[in-house]
Design a protein around this ligand. Structure first.
Ligand code: ASP
Ligand code: MG
Length: 753
């Protein structure tokens, strides 16, 4: 047995009734069918109006009855011919006459009683189902119209299943030769035999009642939408069909405002363990929504978004779990119906953020075990629904990127802080969630493949495992995680030496560790080709100019065939900071500036690494190699800004020499100022056919005039000029320093994976 129910729009005209007939008769070829339908659309509304007008003594009810009669006549005349048509019209008219007498009675009494107001609504389903039964009979099917008023019994508005079930069963059993039973939805009678109905939209419920009583295999609810949707498609054009729902979720959707299903419908179906399928009469092949006991798992724990008036929350059936939420009149309650797999508090927070981004303030939020609720004012309803739906149902599934973090210095800590504060926003915006699964300082490491909460790292790391001897990397090697990245925030060349091993283990590498790249070209090339062979990424944009888009610009032009003729870079933050502070007039001595730079973590441990050009050398190697020039250290001619005596001595001696040198330096700066010149510590490669690689590489102080972009930088700004054969030079200039900058740079690299 199968129960099929068709709604008002599915029986509203002859052509659509023919579609219904096709669906019903093809089902009846497989098994016995009970066909339940609503009244044709708007019929029940008109009947209510007839009752009200009659009760008010307003004779226009007669016109309403007449036009309703005409609508039905027209359908009959289009569907049926000859005597079948005449008979159907006769039957229809008899019921319409009855309706008219009923309305006349109300009119004569001068008022409509509540009982009459209910009873008058029950005519609509009598008209529609009788027409369809006659059509099926005319086409030769073995049909029986059964009277739901005699079978479905209610007491105090509740169905008496103890009476209803056996009545339905014995009627069906009494007619073993019938293939299609046609029953009016919505209507019933009470214990006194008075006509009653099951509540607006109640035909769905009738179908479930028939299904439970007849122990049907399935109930199909045929309607004019594709199924239970993620939200009301009239408000949300992007709403999609929910393929599977549990009985509980379907009932919650309906109770909290989804109009596609009359809420109590689920109850008898669930009790009898009968699945409900919501299907579209206008697209019969589409899959629709399936409501059943153990729906197949969905990726997201959230199913749909409904809305109901604030005051309606109190009327939701008492056995449906709802929160104690205050909603003033005129407020709307939005409900995210879920499967209970999501953390309600977290969904609430995401919902508030989605609303805030749309400029809407949630007046209150709450969650129960399955559902999350937000109150907004009625005028915000539409925008709020669009915003929430977009956030929860239109986003791509979130991909998790597992991150092993090597190094626990300023950059790593800034990175962790960013994930802690912005991880959710990043996930929402990019569809990628960064999960930190391991962290190692030089002394300790922690690992947890389920993820370590970023805000916990500072607390738990000191209690981690000893990290000596590369233990962290050995431990990582034993794990196999998909979508994983090693983030190298150390300063150690030896970790760079392990990158190839990481690739072989399936890890991507993102690095801000410049030393890992300032290695002989052969090793650098091997790292890159191993990454390539394993289809993994090696990203190190932050090694030059921190978050400035320098390397990508160089490799971009190199790959596009635009031959680079020169790269000139002023990329030493320490030196830039010191030297530019002498532009104009400076008061601080060099040594003091250097110590300050060291204090804020700008310089290398021994600041002479910067002054001597080592740091610039590493950057130049990376820049050149990115441009396709396999530069080696030995190709670079370095002229430090200070003589060799400054470098071959203990650090105290260095500071003493610096103090001595100070007056000379200042005098030089003043002299240059008068000439409109400035000095900058420039690392460059320049096309030069006489050089080993065809490029001359130099690091030295250069004098620049106002026509040079280098003249204008200040503080720790970095600047790189890329000159190429076809185009005007590309100048990239901007903040080149700081742990937060570096952290956002590596973050971007990870998000590009
Ligand atoms: N005809 C009734 C109504 O309009 C029942 C139904 O359509 O389900 O409420
Ligand atoms: Mg309906």
């Amino acid at each position: 047995m199968k129960v099929l129910k068709f709604g008002g729009t599915s029986v509203a005209s002859a052509p659509i009734i023919r579609k219904v007939e096709k669906i019903v008769t093809s089902a009846a070829r497989q098994e016995k069918v009970i066909l339940v339908t609503s009244a044709i659309s708007k019929c029940t509304d008109t009947l209510i109006k007839i009752g009200t007008e009659a009760g008010e003594g307003n004779s226009s009810y007669k016109a309403q009855v007449y036009s309703l009669r005409c609508i039905h006549h027209r359908i009959i005349e289009e569907l049926l011919e000859g005597s079948a048509c005449t008979e159907a019209i006769k039957e229809c008219d008899a019921t319409f006459d009855e309706l008219e007498r009923f309305a006349d009675g109300i009119c004569a009494a001068g008022a409509i009683t509540p009982g009459e107001a209910d009873a008058i609504q029950t005519f609509g389903e009598l008209f529609s189902t009788r027409i369809i039964a006659r059509k099926l009979a005319a086409d030769g099917y073995r049909v029986l119209w059964i009277d739901s008023r005699e079978l479905i019994r209610t007491e105090d508005g509740k169905v008496r299943f103890d009476l209803t079930d056996p009545a339905i069963r014995s009627t069906l059993e009494a007619h073993p030769d019938v293939d299609i039973f046609v029953a009016p939805g919505f209507i019933a009678s009470d214990l006194q035999g008075r006509r009653v109905h099951l509540g607006r939209g109640g035909s769905d419920y009738s179908a479930a009642i028939y299904a439970a009583a007849s122990r049907a295999r399935i109930v199909e609810i045929w309607t004019d939408v594709p199924g239970i949707m993620t939200s009301d498609p009239k408000v949300i054009p992007a709403a999609t069909t929910i393929p599977y729902l549990s009985y509980r979720a379907a009932r919650d959707m309906a109770e909290f405002g989804a109009k596609v299903l009359y809420p109590p419908t689920v109850i008898p179906a669930q009790r009898a363990g009968i699945p409900i399928c919501i299907l579209n009469t206008y697209d019969p092949e589409a899959q629709g929504s399936f409501i059943l006991d153990n729906p197949p798992h969905r990726a997201s724990g959230l199913l749909g978004l409904t809305a109901l008036k604030g005051e309606a929350l109190a009327n939701v059936a008492p056995d449906v779990e709802k929160p104690a939420l205050k909603a003033a009149e005129g407020d709307v309650v939005l409900v995210l119906v879920g499967t209970g797999e999501e953390d309600g508090a977290e969904v609430e927070a995401r919902m508030v953020r989605a609303l805030a981004r749309a400029g809407i303030k949630a007046k209150g939020t709450a969650s129960t075990g399955y559902n999350v609720f937000a109150v907004v004012s009625a005028e915000d309803k539409r925008d709020a629904m669009l915003a929430i739906h977009r956030r929860f149902f239109e986003s791509k599934p979130i991909r998790t990127i597992n991150c092993f973090l090597a190094g626990y210095g300023a950059v790593a800590q800034a990175f962790i802080e960013m994930i802690a504060t912005s991880g959710d926003t990043i996930a929402e915006r990019t569809g990628k969630r960064i999960r930190i699964v391991g962290v190692s300082s030089s002394r300790k490491y922690i690992l947890n493949t389920d993820g370590i909460r970023p805000e916990d790292i500072a607390t738990v790391l000191p209690y981690g495992h000893p990290a000596e001897g590369g233990a962290f990397f050995d431990a990582i090697g034993t794990l196999s995680l998909k979508d994983a990245v090693l983030l190298d925030c150390t300063n150690s060349e030896s970790i760079g030496a392990r990158y190839e091993e990481f690739f072989r283990r399936g890890l991507n590498v993102v690095s801000c560790n410049r030393r890992a790249f300032a290695v002989p070209y052969a090793r650098y090339a091997a790292m890159k080709s191993t990454a390539h062979d394993y289809g993994l990424a090696l990203k190190y944009d932050t090694t030059v100019g921190t978050a400035l888009p320098i390397l990508e610009s160089i490799s971009g032009s190199a790959y596009s065939g635009d031959e680079i003729t020169a790269i000139e870079a002023v990329v030493s933050c320490t030196l830039n900071n010191i030297i530019t502070s002498y532009d104009g007039a400076n008061t601080e001595p060099l040594g003091t500036l250097l110590k300050q730079a060291q204090d804020i973590g700008l310089t290398e441990k021994d600041p002479r690494a910067d002054l001597g050009g080592r740091d610039a050398l590493r950057k130049l190697l990376i820049l050149a190699r990115e441009a396709g020039v396999p530069l080696e250290e030995s190709d670079v001619e370095i002229t430090p800004m200070l003589g060799p005596e400054f470098f071959d001595c203990p650090i105290e001696e260095f500071y003493r020499l610096l103090a001595e040198y100070e007056p000379k330096f200042i005098a030089r700066e003043a002299e240059l100022d008068d000439l409109g010149m400035r000095q900058r510590f420039v690392a460059s490669i320049q096309k030069d056919p006489s050089a080993r690689l065809g490029y001359k590489a130099e690091i030295k102080m250069q004098l620049v005039g106002m026509d040079s972009p280098f003249f204008w930088i200040s503080g720790t700004e970095n600047i790189v000029i890329i000159r190429s054969a076809f185009s005007a030079p590309l100048v990239i200039r901007g903040a080149g320093e700081g742990a937060r900058m570096a952290a956002s740079g590596v973050l971007n690299n990870i998000l590009s994976l």
